[in-house]
Design a protein around this ligand. Structure first.
Ligand SMILES: Cc1cc2nc3c(=O)[nH]c(=O)nc-3n(C[C@H](O)[C@H](O)[C@H](O)COP(=O)(O)OP(=O)(O)OC[C@H]3O[C@@H](n4cnc5c(N)ncnc54)[C@H](O)[C@@H]3O)c2cc1C
Length: 293
């Protein structure tokens, strides 16, 4: 898996300057998950402190900000959410942060650093900042128990395990359509249920998907295209009602992991997301500097 990153031509001049990790790959000072206002504020602050930063980001239209018709309560600026998000994207690109389009699937401690899986690639960083937007605390019934036992968040990573089998895909969007085509190309029969009252059932492994009264036997369920359960993203992270617990420094219970924005709870407001992102970026920069002294 670690080799994939190198094969993908990631040894750009910029990356070559970065520290190398245990597996010989580049280690970012910080990896930010989420490209909304909180993630952008964290990344821009880290760049101002001359830190190397990667931002793992779902498409811009998935941010809460993009959905806001008009923001009128942000000091000094009044615009539609889409317009503000477009400016944020440009600013991030110009800042020198690496933008990694995709969905972060898991964050794990590697001792002194963290490893984050994005699709079937892995990235290593000294700190991680979670800026996930509104928390997804409630999954489908059966999702959490059967994760890794037939429930998967990544068709590219796990699809081949179910080659030729009947599988279900939950989710929508362009990437989901591409993943459905991929699963069909490896001989899977794909069902794509939508609507409410979806449950995933099985004893020890996925056996069926239920939609109200209807039950369809399947070998796997791929949950694609959206956010993943915060509890599944980072094992051991303290949550309260699905929201990430932080202190005033935006530190979570795991040293080196910070959180900011809507994922830390109400008020769900742009100014609060940006302020928390700024504090998280600042504190993560200090954390990285202090580790070296
Ligand atoms: C309709 C509407 C109107 C609003 N109006 C106002 C207003 O007038 N004034 C105001 O102050 N606020 C308003 N808000 C709220 C404001 O938009 C949010 O508070 C703000 O966008 C929060 O920023 P954030 O960065 O925390 O989250 P978001 O903007 O939601 O960004 C989070 C991003 O992280 C991505 N993400 C999540 N998990 C992963 C993962 N595993 N891998 C990769 N990416 C991931 C998400 O897909 C999303 O793109 C409004 C919100 C909505 C929906």
């Amino acid at each position: 898996m670690w080799c994939l990153l190198q094969k993908k031509g990631w040894e750009s001049a910029k990356l070559k300057k970065k520290k190398k990790g245990s597996a010989g790959m580049a280690v970012y000072n910080a990896l930010v998950i989420g490209g909304g206002p909180a993630g952008a504020a964290a990344a821009l602050t880290l760049r101002n402190r001359n830190k190397t930063v990667a931002v793992v980001a779902n498409p811009p239209e998935t941010t809460g900000l993009s959905k806001a018709p008009e923001i009128r309560n942000y000091p000094g600026l009044s615009a539609s959410g889409r317009e503000m998000q477009a400016r944020i994207d440009r600013q991030l690109q110009e800042s020198g942060a690496e933008i990694l389009p995709g969905r972060a699937l898991s964050v794990a401690s590697l001792g002194l650093t963290f490893g984050t899986a994005v699709g079937n690639s892995f990235y290593e960083s000294e700190s991680v900042i979670l800026c996930l937007g509104m928390p997804r605390s409630k999954g489908y019934p059966g999702e959490e128990e059967l994760l890794g036992k037939g429930v998967s968040y990544c068709a590219t990573c796990d699809g081949m395990l179910y080659k030729g089998k009947k599988v279900a895909v939950l989710g929508s969007g362009e990437e989901t359509e591409k993943d459905i085509q991929f699963l069909e190309s490896i001989g899977c029969t794909v069902i794509h249920p939508t609507g409410k009252n979806i449950r995933i059932e099985g004893t020890g492994k996925v056996e069926r998907i239920c939609m109200g009264e209807t039950e369809v036997p399947v070998s796997a369920v791929f949950i694609l295209g959206g956010r993943i359960l915060t509890a599944s993203l980072v094992q051991g992270l303290l949550l309260e009602s699905g929201q990430i617990l932080v202190n005033a420094n935006m530190e979570t219970n795991i040293p080196g992991i910070y959180a900011a924005g809507d994922c830390t709870g109400a008020p769900y407001q742009l100014a609060k997301a940006v302020g928390q992102g700024n504090v998280a970026g600042y504190r993560a920069a200090e954390y990285v500097e202090n580790k070296r002294t």
